[in-house]
Design a protein around this ligand. Structure first.
Ligand code: PLP
Length: 393
């Protein structure tokens, strides 16, 4: 394992040092191969070393890497137009940052700018949600354990339980500016919000005159079988945020807002946001998703994986539920044994992640094919059987 005494131990790492990747696979320092169903925490829609992505990155880094946002660059302009078109949210404009948290910060600032002159300062968010680790996005996160050590934080947020449209409606007072939801709650345990609840959130926001913000940092860019998961429920938010998959492994985040809500000159900024290199990489991601029909693949393979897992895990006493949307899949356990399952899967040559202590998460590249899906399904069933025996015994 890499010796890293100089690194702040913010992450509990799995016992592997990875050195190389290709397609659906990564390799450790001893040359051992792993099927990558962690997918860089959902950041690798094209898998590793995708030829189209590599070519775009090589070409652009040779041509122009970075000049700051004080100058026009073609890749950013083209990327913004492509994202605005793909997200199909009406007339929109895009702000680029470098991460999910930064995309959400931009969204929160847009909400603030819109609401403040009307005395609308509160944002209704969901219990169990996750929106990032910066001060504002942490305040928006409905997980007290993550906030606790840093409180008091911003008091803009009120939390209501997911799936409770009545509570959501009740929390929207005269001072409310926005409703903030993740269409599939990722870090909270891969919990898809129902179409009915998402539609209710849209209708309530509209009737009460507040904005609807969808955090699609994890669920967007094809992960759930559509460019944005909210569209699967027929819901169009006023603002949506994207990050993880967008750069195909390079850091980029985007806040997409209705044109009339957009920042004006001087109201927001990010030095690196949407630079030529990362924008060219993101364009290659969007092109490959289209050309290789990866939205369809995510939808079809996701259903297949979840269906097969439900069959393979039927009667398994450790498992309460298999759920998700597209290739954002969670296996909910009845005890907090997700880490043990992830470790058992590493032994079997498959990478996955935890989304809370009792949910094992699969976020493979969107290029995954049936043979790799079947290998992963068999490994998950076997790993859970092993951990289940250990828990019981
Ligand atoms: N929003 C959601 C829904 C996320 O899942 C995440 C990260 O997991 C974030 C925001 C924060 O993104 P980042 O870690 O890129 O800042």
């Amino acid at each position: 394992m890499a010796d890293e005494p100089a690194v702040m131990p913010t992450y509990g790492r799995y016992p592997l040092t990875l050195v190389r990747g290709e397609g659906m696979r990564v390799y450790d320092e001893f040359g051992r191969e792993y099927l990558d169903f962690a997918g860089g925490l959902g950041t690798m829609p094209l898998g590793h070393s995708h030829p189209g992505w590599l070519e775009a990155v090589y070409k652009q880094s040779d041509l122009l890497t970075m000049v700051s946002n004080l100058f026009f660059t073609h890749p950013q302009a083209e990327l913004a137009a492509r994202i605005a078109g793909a997200m199909d949210m009406g007339e929109t404009q895009v702000f680029f940052g470098n991460s999910g948290a930064e995309a959400n910060e931009a969204a929160l600032k847009i909400v603030r700018k819109w609401g403040l002159p009307q005395g609308r300062t509160k944002i209704v968010a969901l219990e169990g949600s996750f929106h990032g680790r910066t001060i504002a996005t942490l305040a928006a996160t409905g997980q007290p354990a993550k906030r606790e050590k840093f409180e008091p934080l911003l008091d803009w947020f009120e939390f209501v339980p997911p799936e409770d449209a009545g509570a959501l409606d009740g929390a929207i007072g005269e001072d409310a500016a926005a409703v903030l939801v993740e269409p599939v709650m990722g870090e909270g345990g891969v919990i898809p919000l129902s179409d009915e609840f998402l539609r209710a959130a849209r209708e309530i926001s509209e009737s009460r005159g507040v904005l609807l913000v969808c955090d699609e940092v994890q669920s967007g860019i094809g992960r759930c079988g559509a460019w944005r998961a909210s569209s699967l429920a027929g819901v169009t938010p006023d603002i949506a945020t994207f990050a993880k998959g967008l750069g195909g492994g390079l850091p980029i985040g985007a806040a997409v807002a209705r044109r009339e809500l957009a920042f004006a000159a001087g109201e927001h900024a990010s030095t690196f946001g949407g630079g030529p290199l990362v924008s060219a990489a993101a364009l290659a991601v969007l092109s490959a998703i289209e050309e290789e029909h990866l939205l369809e693949n995510a939808a079809v393979l996701g259903e297949r994986i979840m269906g097969e897992l439900r069959i393979g895990l039927e009667g398994q006493p450790l498992v309460s539920e298999v759920r998700g949307r597209g290739l954002m899949i969670g296996i909910d356990l009845l005890s907090p044994a997700a880490k043990e399952v992830v470790l058992a899967l590493i032994d079997k040559g498959v990478l996955s992640t935890e989304a809370s202590s009792n949910v094992v998460r699969l976020t493979p590249p969107l290029i995954v094919g049936e043979p790799d899906a079947d290998t992963a399904i068999d490994a998950v069933v076997a790993a859970i059987a092993k951990v289940s025996e250990e828990v019981a015994g």
